[in-house]
Design a protein around this ligand. Sequence first.
Ligand SMILES: Nc1nc2c(ncn2[C@@H]2O[C@H](COP(=O)(O)OP(=O)(O)OP(=O)(O)O)[C@@H](O)[C@H]2O)c(=O)[nH]1
Length: 379
Amino acid sequence: MSQLPDPSKQIPVIVLAGFLGSGKTTLLNHLLRASRGTRIGAIVNDFGSIEIDAMTVAGQLGDSTVSLGNGCLCCAVDASELDLFLDRLTRPSARLDVIVIEASGLAEPSELVRMLLASENTRMVYGGLVEVVDAAEFEATRERHPEIDRHLALADLVVLNKTDRVDAAVLTRLRKTLQGAAAVVESSYGRVDPELFFDRRPSTERVGQLAFDDLLDDHPADPLGADHPGCADGADRAHGLHLHAAYESAAFTAREPLHPRRLLDFLDSRPEGLYRIKGFVDFGTTDPRNRYAVHAVGRFLRFYPEPWPKDAQRLTELVLIGSEIDGPALLEQLAAARMEAAETVEERSLWGVLRYVQDPAQGADDSSDPAEVPQQWEP
Ligand SMILES: Nc1nc2c(ncn2[C@@H]2O[C@H](COP(=O)(O)OP(=O)(O)OP(=O)(O)O)[C@@H](O)[C@H]2O)c(=O)[nH]1
């Protein structure tokens, strides 16, 4: 007879979900920096074909990060790829204490939870769903996507993030809206107490606010049919109701540096539907030392200069995610921002970009963590 697993030795697997750009990677990086000895494994699921999130996290974790790119994990035909990674990360030799799955910003959390609960891997236990909410964008996002309420209903913990971006009145309103959901913690730049994540949740019949049976029943037929971009063939029939059924992504790569002013023109005139842009930009001789991480979430735009990693290929790599966007046209516009070989560009053309760089003196993203070395950049 096979032995029942010892629950005290099972590794909790936490799902970190939340809409596009809400701050999942930022929070995951905070956890990794503030883990103080707890060994965290991460599985990162990007929606776009260039795995920007994985690139942002991977440096921190080495072998303990695995990336499941290009498509939503929630629509994998079967869970075998996830199982494979979980198998690898839960091996005793990996010596991990906890595993965090960062879902894509368009994933359907209930599908991920279902996959984890159905997993036959006895070395792990489902550790709960954390839903990150962007305080500045939440109300507009919820209006466009009422299904967000379903995600919140399933959460064990809601992190109301980006509180620095809203005033007291909005915050009070949000607190009221989120009342009745799971425990809510507020944060700026994902700085939450890691104890909230690492303390294993007792394994019970309930998942978040719902019973396990509710979760199994929550499997509506797909009114849109089976084929949607970003999904494996024959993906889940409920997929039509998933957020990402309405979204598409486009990937842009350029070997030539981009002209700062032309890139800004592109960003300033980005269409409403283009909700999320992320990646790294090479501005060539205008700043040869640094690459610029770029993040656009709704109308929010930020550049984060950071020294080029050693041996990194000098490329610009961007992922664009939006609904009702004309991907090829956007890529063409971006291509026009590439510099010609003979083109000279004045250093001051970078000034426009620098307006979107957060002043480190005003509190860098993770300044709360004394263990962290502040980013050095000199444009
Ligand atoms: N002002 C402010 N910006 C934040 C905060 N948290 C994250 N950001 C910024 O928001 C942008 C998106 O953050 P990410 O952590 O990449 O968001 P994400 O949820 O992983 O994004 P996707 O994977 O694309 O869904 C970045 O520019 C972050 O620096 C916050 O609390 N306040």
